[in-house]
Design a protein around this ligand. Structure first.
Ligand code: ADP
Length: 503
């Protein structure tokens, strides 16, 4: 065939697509978390915000999540939409789908109530003990099967199904290869990786938890001799996204054994930098703040610092460095003890405030550090949404010594609230923070996590704090950044349009 004929065919396909492309199309989000319903980290923030921005661009996004036994769910008026059941091995699982009106969150929220599986007080772990639930596989599979069973009954199917993280990673496989869901096979699926460190892999001897599937395609479930939901989704989804361009590249070089897969599937993969919900995270209107931004940034910062430190022994005039997050290796939380003690011993005049939970050893260490240096360190070993907002508003610096950071939202919230991020130059931190070079920048970067290098950067930070011209210049540049979803939502629209072209 001549080149010109090929071009003509391509143009005809494009025209046909443009004619058929609906003005607005339905997208279903599947996720274990969604702010404000249930949150443990950035996944919730993204799933609770992005749909609102996509809806403004013409999509119609509905979010599906499990119904947990948590306060937020008790207070809402859900409408029952569907009741169903399926066989999970020897267990007969019954479920109910309920819907919350669009006005409530800016998008339809469907919650799937599965008694015995999700009627608990935490998302992944018991909120009072911090102990992870032991039946993660059964819970995740139940949620995914309940969703597919439900939409299989719809007369008008969604245009795109977008699943988030490994908890929902088996959906593209089931749509493609389970005869029970053959009707859903032609719906394009998009998979977003918020954190590749968690893959949800389990042994093959539990394959009986899945509905019957085409045995010839069993290999799509497998990675390194296990059923791996994250790998299965990378193989079976029509498009794969992750939450920053740099992280997408890093996964090809280092992804806990999945490097080959990410390289092989790179043609259908893209990194899109997360945004923030600039309505929830607005220093002018933030309902968690007792003192909001009303013109003068310096008084906004000082008043919030006073609120933050009112019950502590920390000096209000010293630079305040904060950390917020999960105490996990990825976040470099284990480095905090040495970093803070090293800075104190080195005569750095900074004070330190920590909010987080996670690894019990890190929790104990940071508590001990606060006891040892009560005039320098305060630690809150808890999860507290209000306090996190107050810290973004009242701290001077926010440290993120992450070993891995797919995107990171903390640095974006910090910048919007006039707190200077000090971050390891990787993943989304690399893509969203501009290192201060003496004249211009929105933060400070650690080129690596060498303790001497990090201590040197903290020393530079306190010098900047005392150089008021430089300090306010960085604060103002950081606050001027538009990290809202307005920048990135359009890229997701392009992804949906690409898969709809293929459909
Ligand atoms: P993660 O890898 O944990 O998802 P992100 O940076 O993407 O990291 O998102 C973290 C989100 O969780 C932010 O909204 C942050 O403020 C919040 N967060 C983390 N730990 C706590 C905590 N202990 N209390 C309140 N908010 C927290």
């Amino acid at each position: 065939m001549y080149i010109s004929e090929v071009r003509l065919i391509y143009v005809l396909i494009e025209i046909n697509y443009l004619i058929r492309m609906p003005e607005s199309f339905k997208v279903h989000y599947l996720s274990a978390e969604c702010y404000p319903a249930a949150k443990t980290g950035g996944l919730a923030d993204v799933v609770g915000a992005l749909p609102k921005y996509l809806n403004k661009l013409g999509a119609e996004v509905a979010v599906f999540m499990p119904k947990y036994h948590m306060r937020w769910f008790f207070d809402k008026n859900f409408v029952v939409e569907f009741q169903g059941a399926f066989q999970l091995g020897s267990e007969y699982v019954q479920f109910q789908v309920e819907r919350l009106d669009k006005e409530e969150l800016g998008f339809y929220l469907y919650v799937i109530d599965i008694p015995g599986k999700f009627d608990r007080n935490g998302v992944y772990a018991d909120s009072s003990t911090g102990i992870f639930f032991g039946d993660e596989i059964e819970r995740n599979i139940s949620f995914q099967r309940a969703y597919l069973t439900f939409i299989n009954t719809w007369s008008e199917l969604p245009a795109v199904i977008h699943n988030h993280d490994h908890h929902t990673g088996l959906v593209p496989f089931m749509m493609k290869f389970c005869p029970q869901f053959a009707r859903l096979k032609a719906i394009p699926s998009v998979f977003t990786i918020h954190n590749q460190a968690y893959q949800g892999a389990f042994e093959w001897d539990r394959k009986y938890l899945l509905p019957g599937y085409d045995i010839w395609n069993e290999g799509s479930l497998d990675w390194a001799g296990k059923i791996n939901p994250l790998a299965a989704s990378v193989k079976c989804a029509w498009k794969v996204t992750t939450v920053s361009p740099s992280y997408m590249e890093e996964l090809k070089r280092n992804s806990f054994g999945l490097e080959w897969l990410f390289n092989t599937e790179s043609a259908k993969s893209i990194g899109i930098l997360n945004g923030i919900d600039d309505e929830v995270w607005d220093p002018k209107t933030d309902s968690y703040l007792d003192f909001k931004l009303e013109g003068d940034v310096a008084s906004f910062k000082m008043e919030n610092k006073k609120i933050l430190l009112k019950n502590s022994k920390l000096d209000i005039n010293a630079p305040l460095l904060a950390f917020i997050g999960r105490f996990a290796m990825e976040k470099g939380a284990d480095l905090l003890y040495g970093l803070i003690e090293g800075a104190i011993k080195g005569g750095n005049p900074m004070n330190y405030l920590i909010l987080g939970t996670g690894d019990k050893g890190v929790e104990a260490g940071l508590k001990q550090l606060a006891d040892k240096y009560p005039n320098k360190v305060t630690s809150f070993i808890t999860y507290n949404e209000k306090l996190s907002h107050e810290i973004y508003a009242g701290a001077d610096f926010l440290v993120m010594p992450s070993r891995v950071e797919p995107c990171g939202l903390n640095q974006m919230y910090a910048m919007r609230y006039g707190t200077i991020p000090i971050v390891h130059n990787i993943g989304g931190l690399k893509d969203s923070v501009k290192d201060y070079d003496g004249t211009d920048g929105t933060g400070i970067k650690f080129p690596n996590l060498d303790m001497g290098v990090m201590l040197g950067k903290l020393w530079e930070a306190q010098l900047i704090y005392h150089d008021k011209e430089a300090f306010w210049k960085i604060v103002k540049s950081a606050m001027a950044q538009d990290n809202s979803w307005n920048n990135s939502a359009g890229k997701y629209m392009e992804v949906y349009k690409d898969v709809l072209k293929l459909a």
